[in-house]
Design a protein around this ligand. Structure first.
Ligand SMILES: [Zn+2]
Length: 460
């Protein structure tokens, strides 16, 4: 009987994959050190194929045509800026018009038997989760990029590593898992978050298995340090850690564990984009897999090197759902191409410098204050006013949603608790709620004095 589908090992040429995107540790002895001409020559070859492939996808075809751009116009890397950029709103509109996947995917569920796929979604924290279809090539190439980042942080082949990210519809935990297992031959303890495996148990496992890393947010790792101290342990001496998380309070983490923190940059649709090297002079972009541009946050026009603007990312590795000029609205700056103290010519970007819109990162989760307001105000007892504050309390990032009601003060407590429950269910992280009387937020929202009410303040 002939089968009418292809299995994973039949769809991927591993030798070709490893030539296109070299895995660590070889990467750091080879591609990481090549010169500027070689970097840009390969980028241009891959870019030409990328825009041609994107033109076959309805979302890109529509946008390219409307902007008068055709893939044939790409003769140099600079020509990329002639293609229209898009933002998260454009993806949301595409999903709304073509649920559930939108029309920006370069792969389709109809062909899943021939082209094995995975689907992951951005955190459901922003109104609507954005799905991305990943081909097997995209998963593996993405895992190689992730493996490079984990290697650069200090993880080595054969290590035992605890993965305390949430295994969920988001690809974060899976990307780390695939990178560690398939490309670094590490043993992964799949603990998941503190809700799945208690913090005490995470500490015990890290000790018993001599884990060299606990992959999670910086805040949760600092919490584990507290738990370890309660258990009579010294976080600096009683663990076998070699690597720390890429996000969180750098100073505090380094002081607590006595190890360096290396930053990195990536996002849901494309996984890992850039990593910090020991020179700590910016983040090197994996230029075999990406072109990073920085554009003006208002006009979308490319800005000069060194100027702060929105990152605009084009991937050069995906065969499924590609990103061509995705203005991700994370603020950074492009540094001039020059040889770094680490020996690499790979283009560097400045570390994450905030958002061009007002998305907020809370303990590693992206949240729009507007989405918090939308969920909080579902309680009919609440007035149509809210204000969200991000604060630092007891060495932990917290978000407080302030809401108002005409109900008597005796009900405030109950309203706050039930709203907190709804927010937790929706966003997966704890968001505190404070209830107060009608009009009590006016000084913050400026609802009676400003043309557009304010909804958020970052006080961290
Ligand atoms: Zn460097």
């Amino acid at each position: 009987m002939s089968k009418k589908f292809r299995r994973l090992h039949e769809v991927l040429d591993y030798q070709a994959l490893m030539r296109a995107h070299v895995p660590p540790p070889e990467y750091f002895e080879s591609d990481y050190l090549i010169g500027p001409e070689a970097i840009e020559k390969r980028q241009l070859e891959r870019l030409k194929k990328k825009v041609a492939a994107a033109y076959q996808v309805p979302f890109y075809k529509r946008r390219f045509d409307a902007a008068g751009f055709h893939p044939d116009q790409v003769k140099s890397l600079a020509d990329l800026s002639r293609a229209p950029a898009y933002r998260v709103d454009d993806i949301r509109k595409s999903i709304e018009a073509n649920p559930p996947l939108g029309d920006y995917q370069g792969a389709s569920l109809e062909n899943a038997a021939e082209e094995p796929l995975r689907v992951y979604m951005s955190g459901a924290t922003t109104g609507a989760a954005r799905p991305t279809l990943y081909t097997h090539w995209d998963r593996e190439a993405g895992a190689i990029l992730t493996a490079r980042a984990l290697y650069a942080q200090g993880i080595r082949p054969g290590d035992v590593v605890i993965n305390a990210w949430a295994y969920s519809t988001h690809n974060g935990a899976f990307s780390m898992d695939e990178a560690l297992h398939r490309w670094l031959s590490c043993v992964v303890l799949t603990t998941g978050t503190g809700n799945v495996t208690s913090s005490r148990r995470q500490v015990e496992l890290a000790r018993q298995y001599k884990a060299t890393a606990i992959l999670t947010t910086g805040d949760y790792l600092l919490h584990l340090a507290d738990v370890a101290r309660e258990m009579g342990l010294d976080p600096k001496k009683d663990f076998n850690l070699k690597a720390l998380p890429n996000i969180g309070d750098r100073e505090k983490l380094e002081e607590t564990f006595g190890l360096p923190v290396y930053q990195s940059y990536g996002f849901h649709e494309v996984q890992w984009v850039a990593i910090e090297c020991p020179a700590r002079q910016g983040l090197h972009v994996f230029e075999d897999a990406f072109i990073a541009e920085v554009v003006d946050k208002e006009t979308g026009e490319p800005v000069p090197e060194g100027t702060l603007g929105s990152l605009c990312i084009t991937d050069l590795y995906k065969t499924g759902s590609s990103q061509v000029r995705y203005n991700i609205q994370d603020l950074s700056a492009l540094m001039p191409r020059e040889k770094c103290a680490c020996g690499s010519w790979l283009r560097r970007i400045a570390p994450f410098a905030g958002r061009a819109d007002n998305m907020v990162k809370l303990r590693g989760v992206n949240i729009w204050p507007e989405a918090i307001g939308e969920v909080a105000l579902q309680d009919h007892r609440l007035e149509n006013e809210y204000f969200v504050r991000a604060v630092r309390q007891a060495e932990r990032d917290e978000m407080i949603a302030h809401v108002t009601t005409r109900a008597p003060a005796s009900q405030y407590e109950e309203i706050a608790r039930s709203t907190e429950g709804r927010l937790k269910e929706r966003f997966g992280v704890r968001i505190l709620v404070e209830v107060s009387a009608v009009d009590s937020l006016d000084a913050w929202t400026e609802v009676k004095t400003a043309p557009k009410p304010k909804r958020f303040k970052d006080e961290r």
